[in-house]
Design a protein around this ligand. Structure first.
Ligand code: FEO
Length: 163
């Protein structure tokens, strides 16, 4: 069994992961409407990934015999000034998620729930990758600046992301 505190915190994290999915799907729609199909694809795959994160937590809560409570998903933005702006917002958001995961790990330790702490290690590692990826695209887009050919080339590259 999970403690009530852990159960509530994991449910809050499930909601945060679905909110992340929603955010990236909105970014995908925005870039699709702008004709940037590579950026649209990249954020769509990111949407899939966030749903997987939510389901990983969902399955764990179920496996531990606790209750899943799906709360409403808050509204997300629909417009970004540029691909750079979208990736900056992505990094900002992923840093918030990292903080949430770290707080969850701290709570699991406090509650002596070592199974939950162990499960959360996957998320700790995943967040390192998530932040590094967003930072990498921010660096590339800063180099590209307003160069249309650079944006076109990166858009083409992002079209090939499958997972
Ligand atoms: Fe599920 Fe991007 O954190």
């Amino acid at each position: 069994m999970l403690s009530k505190k852990i159960e509530a915190a994991l449910n809050a994290q499930i909601n945060a992961e679905f909110w992340s999915a929603y955010l990236y799907l909105s970014m995908s729609a925005h870039f699709a409407a702008e004709g940037k199909s590579g950026f649209a694809n990249w954020f769509k795959v990111q949407f899939d990934e966030e749903q997987e994160h939510a389901l990983k937590l969902f399955n764990y809560v179920v496996e531990r015999g606790a209750a899943v409570e799906l709360k409403p998903i808050a509204e997300v933005a629909t417009k970004w000034d540029s691909p750079l702006h979208a990736f900056e917002e992505t990094l900002k958001h992923e840093k918030v998620v990292t903080g949430m995961i770290n707080d969850l790990v701290a709570l699991a330790r406090e509650e002596k729930d070592y199974a939950t702490e162990s499960m959360l290690q996957w998320f700790v590692n995943e967040q390192v990758e998530e932040e590094a990826t967003a930072q990498g695209y921010i660096d590339a887009l800063k180099m590209i600046g307003t160069n249309g050919f650079g944006i076109y080339t990166l858009d083409k590259e992002l079209k090939s992301r499958k997972s």
